[in-house]
Design a protein around this ligand. Structure first.
Ligand SMILES: NC(=O)c1ccc[n+]([C@@H]2O[C@H](COP(=O)([O-])OP(=O)(O)OC[C@H]3O[C@@H](n4cnc5c(N)ncnc54)[C@H](O)[C@@H]3O)[C@@H](O)[C@H]2O)c1
Length: 466
């Protein structure tokens, strides 16, 4: 039965193909000529403004605290002055790495009281970001705070206010905004390489326990080794739960789920490339498909956001997707779709593919023409051919181009270089408190939309929920 059907469909298509101009008039862009992509390596030369000494403290020395510190110390003139964490094993790890004399504490306020510290990295669990970042600026420290800048939308306003009031540099840790590849993507979009942007589709899929945030829990984990009572100072009373401490992303009491962990990267990247201030509406839906380990956040989630016409860009739609049970094996890709092509952003590789509409409107192929009487078909074909030249009927083609960052390029180090440059020279950072809030608020609105099952309206100019 199935075979019969497909055979007759094939025949049907052949018949159409035999009598009409399928190449010129087909709506399928897959028929457009594909030339071999040209590869270009981006030029990278970085001058450090000065290497005046900057003494750095780290608050939150878990996985990202380690990566952040490692990148920060690659910038000339930066020295480590102390490390704070709640889990004692991580303070021991710090002493193993930097020697027994390195200052360590479980109380971040002791680190902020030190006069020999100029700047701090805040790489704690999300629920602590705003409190520590504000306290740090009040104590005269510059702040590199991990994404999402805040755990709740309401925390954004006092934090933006504090960064203004204390005049300290605050940079949020979405390192991709400092990438030379993202700078190239921004330039290419502005130059009209893909025509007018109308959609951005961003995907962040994984297929592993660690990808789904089930990090190894140390076997000595307990309320005392994690200083649980301190940990819950910002959350309200909760019984000790090692998962809420070490797998915090998956619990709404302390983390921000897929949206705060991953959508935020996709939002920061999109806002940087498009220059956007944010969406006007946010809708998100999801499900808990597989990682039923006690978590109360979904492991499959999608978000749809509508970006309004603004002076920075025409209206476009953003779709976000995370799937932690993905048979793709995992993938991270952002696709910007324009009227004349697409831009694929995969890590630090940018691919531009062009597809143009033919100037002539369609006639024939998968069209209604073959359903008309023969004579009429012939007359209309003649008229069409007289009106449009073969060139106007064809899709224009242009070679695909791939831009790559040079081997070994590290945007994380570049992000820290920008942070320290700002401290040394007063030059503003791209990802300041306002940028951080404009990315975090729509990400967090996804959780609100998911839990309340409603569309969230947002004013991207005034940065307010409507
Ligand atoms: N920019 C990126 O690409 C990126 C990547 C991973 C994580 N992150 C962000 O970094 C942050 C940390 O993530 P992680 O994977 O390192 O988590 P983690 O659980 O490995 O580390 C968090 C650490 O913070 C400590 N901590 C919590 N509250 C504290 C407090 N009040 N004072 C001192 N220490 C405290 C915990 O003891 C823990 O060691 C998160 O905000 C996350 O979103 C960013």
């Amino acid at each position: 039965m199935k075979n019969d059907h497909s055979t007759s469909r094939r025949k049907f298509l052949q018949q159409i193909g035999a009598t009409t101009l399928i190449t010129a008039a087909s709506p399928l862009s897959s028929l457009a000529a594909k030339e071999k992509a040209e590869e270009r390596i981006l030029h990278y030369e970085r001058k450090i403004a000065s290497n005046d000494k900057i003494r750095l403290g780290v608050i939150g020395y878990g996985i990202q605290g380690h990566f952040d510190l490692n990148s920060a110390l690659k910038v000339p003139g930066v020295e480590l002055a102390g490390i704070c964490d709640l889990y004692l094993g991580r303070l021991e790890n710090a002493k193993e790495q930097f020697g027994k004399d390195i200052f360590t504490t479980i109380n971040y306020k002791e680190l902020l009281d030190r006069k020999d510290i100029d700047a701090v990295i805040v790489a704690t669990t999300d629920c602590w970001h705003a409190r520590i970042a504000e306290d740090a600026m009040a104590k005269g420290k510059h702040v590199y705070v991990e994404k999402p800048m805040i755990y709740k939308i309401s925390e954004g306003y006092p934090l933006m206010e504090a960064s203004k009031k204390f005049g300290k540099v605050l940079q949020v840790g979405s390192q991709r905004v400092s990438s030379i590849s993202y700078a190239k993507a921004k330039e290419l979009l502005a130059a009209g390489e893909i025509g007018k942007l109308n959609m951005v589709n961003a995907v962040y899929d994984r297929q592993s326990a660690i990808g789904a945030w089930e990090y190894t829990i140390p076997k000595d984990a307990s309320a005392s080794t994690t200083n649980w009572d301190r940990f819950i100072e910002v959350t309200g009373k909760m019984a000790y739960d090692s998962k809420k401490f070490f797998w915090w992303r998956a619990f709404k009491e302390v983390g921000t789920g897929v949206a705060g962990d991953l959508f935020i990267h996709l939002l920061s990247g999109t806002h940087f490339i498009t220059g956007s201030k944010g969406p006007s509406s946010v809708y998100s839906t999801g499900q808990l498909s597989y990682w039923k380990d006690g978590r109360n956040m979904p492991d499959v989630m999608a978000g749809v956001m509508q970006y309004p016409n603004s002076k920075e860009h025409d209206a476009f739609q953003l779709t976000l997707q995370v799937n932690f049970v993905s048979g793709t094996g995992g993938q991270e890709i952002t696709q910007l779709v324009g009227s004349e092509g697409i831009m694929l952003v995969e890590g630090n590789e940018i691919t531009i593919k062009h597809n143009y509409m033919p100037e002539a409107p369609g006639f024939g192929g998968y069209d209604s023409v073959f359903t008309f009487p023969k004579k009429l078909q012939e007359e209309m074909q003649k008229e069409y051919d007289a009106k449009w030249t073969p060139a106007q009927k064809k899709r224009k083609t242009k070679a695909d181009i791939i831009y790559k960052a040079p081997e070994g390029y590290d945007e994380h180090v570049d992000h820290f270089t920008n942070f320290f440059d700002a401290i040394r020279t007063g030059k503003p950072v791209v990802e300041d408190a306002v940028f951080g809030f404009r990315a975090a608020a729509p990400a967090l609105a996804c959780n609100e939309s998911y839990f309340k099952k409603k569309i969230i309206e947002w004013d991207p100019e005034k940065m307010q929920l409507k």
